[in-house]
Design a protein around this ligand. Structure first.
Ligand code: FAD
Length: 321
C-alpha cells in the first residue's frame, strides 16, 4: 500500500505544482500510515531524488521517449500501471492540462472515487476519506466523501504550504507498456508562446486593465513585471481590444492564475476577473477609484493614479535590488 503522486517537469525542473502535490501526498500518507511514491516521465536523477525533500520515499522514472510530450491517454496508461505496481490506494495529481485528461481516465480504469480542485488535505476522521474542494470558481467549498478501494485526488494550486526537508528519494526506472491505441493523438512539437514567463506557472503576475487607457502605456506593466521577474496578464476587455494577446487574458473565461503575488493595475475587479485570481496568495490592487470592487478581493490596496504610482513602484523595486 502506498500513496502515488504524479509529478511533471518543465525544462528539467520539477514544477512547483508537482512539489506541492508531493507535499500533499506526504500529508495524506502520514494520515494513512504509509509512504509516498512519485511517478515522473523523465527528469534529472538529482531533481527527482530531491522530491525526498517534500516527502517522497521513492520515485519511479518512466523515461520512454513517447512520454516526452505525452497525451493524456498514454499518461493514464503509464500512471495506472504504476498504481498497480505500487499497490497504491490513493493517487494524487496537481491540476494541469495533462492531468485534466489523465486523472479521470485513471479513475475510470480503477472505478475509483475521484475529486478535482481539492483545496485541503483530506480528513480521515471516522474512517471516512473526506476532501474539501473549491467550487463555484472559489466562491464556496464542498466537503466530498470518496468511496471505493482507490481514491484519486486532483489538487488546486496552493492547496498546501510546501516546506523543504532534507530527505532524498530513491530513483528507480519504470517501463510502462503501451498499446498503439495509446498514441492516437501525438504531439508533433511544442512551441513556447514567447520567451516570457508563463502565466499559469508564474510566482508573480503583474496584470493591467482598461484603466491603463491603451497599449502604448503597457511599458508600465512590463517594466514593473521585469524588475519583479513576473509574468504579465490583463483583463478580458484589454485582450478583446487587442491591446494585449489573448493568452494573457486572466479570469473565468481566460487563464486562472495562482501566484504568490498578483498585482492588479487599473482593473475594476469584476467577478469574472476575480474568479481567475482568487487562488493567489497575496493580491495587491492599484486603482484610482477607492470604491472599485477589486479592493474587496485584495489583501493590499493603493488608491492612486497608475500613471503616477507604477513608475515609483518600479523605481523603488529597482533600488531595492
Ligand atoms: P473596467 O471595468 O473598465 O475598469 C477599469 C478600472 O480602471 C476602473 O476600476 C477604474 O477605476 C480604473 N482606472 C481608470 N483609470 C485609472 C488610472 N489612471 N489609474 C488607476 N486605475 C484607473 N473579465 C476578465 O477580466 N476576465 C474574464 O475572464 C472575464 N470573463 C467574462 C465572462 C463573461 C460571460 C462576461 C459577461 C464578462 C467577462 N469579463 C471578464 C468582463 C468583466 O465583466 C469586466 O467587464 C472586465 O473584467 C472589466 O475589465 P477592466 O477591469 O479592465 O475594465
Amino acid at each position: 500500500m502506498s500513496v502515488l503522486v504524479f509529478v511533471e517537469s518543465a525544462e528539467g525542473e520539477v514544477k512547483k505544482s508537482s512539489q506541492e502535490a508531493v507535499a500533499y501526498a506526504a500529508a495524506v500518507a502520514a494520515k494513512l500510515g504509509t509512504s509516498v511514491t512519485a511517478l515522473a516521465f523523465g527528469g534529472s536523477e538529482a531533481a527527482l531524488a530531491d522530491l525526498g525533500k517534500f516527502g517522497a520515499t521513492k520515485v519511479l522514472n518512466a523515461t520512454d521517449s513517447r512520454l516526452e510530450n505525452p497525451n493524456s491517454v498514454a499518461a493514464a496508461t503509464a500512471i495506472s500501471q504504476a498504481v498497480e505496481a505500487e499497490g497504491a490506494t490513493v493517487v494524487i495529481f496537481a491540476k494541469s492540462s495533462l492531468t485534466d485528461g489523465a486523472a479521470p481516465r485513471v479513475a475510470a480504469r480503477f472505478k475509483a472515487g475521484f475529486v478535482t480542485n481539492a483545496s485541503e488535505v483530506p480528513s480521515t476522521d471516522g474512517g471516512k476519506f473526506t476532501v474539501k474542494r473549491s467550487i463555484y470558481t472559489g466562491k464556496a467549498f464542498a466537503n466530498v466523501e470518496l468511496k471505493g478501494d482507490k481514491k484519486i485526488v486532483s489538487i488546486k494550486k496552493n492547496a498546501v504550504t510546501v516546506t523543504e526537508g532534507s530527505g532524498s528519494a530513491t530513483v528507480a526506472a519504470f517501463a510502462p507498456t503501451f498499446a498503439d491505441s495509446d498514441f492516437l493523438v501525438k504531439s508533433k512539437s511544442v512551441e513556447k508562446a514567447t520567451g516570457e514567463i508563463l502565466l499559469p506557472e508564474a510566482e508573480i503576475v503583474v496584470s493591467g486593465g482598461r484603466g491603463l487607457k491603451g497599449p502604448e502605456n503597457w511599458f508600465l506593466v512590463e517594466d514593473l513585471a521585469k524588475v519583479l521577474g513576473a509574468a504579465t496578464g490583463c483583463s478580458k476587455p484589454v485582450s478583446d481590444l487587442d491591446w494585449r494577446p489573448h493568452h494573457e487574458h486572466v479570469g473565468q473565461t481566460g487563464i486562472k492564475v495562482s501566484p504568490n503575488l498578483y498585482i492588479a493595475i487599473g482593473i475594476s475587479g469584476a467577478i469574472q476577473h476575480v474568479a481567475g485570481i482568487n487562488s493567489s496568495k497575496v493580491i495587491v490592487a492599484i486603482n484610482k477609484d477607492p470604491e472599485a470592487p477589486i479592493f474587496k478581493a485584495a489583501d493590499y490596496g493603493i488608491v492612486g493614479d497608475a500613471f503616477e504610482v507604477i513608475p515609483k513602484l518600479t523605481e523603488a523595486f529597482k533600488a531595492a535590488k
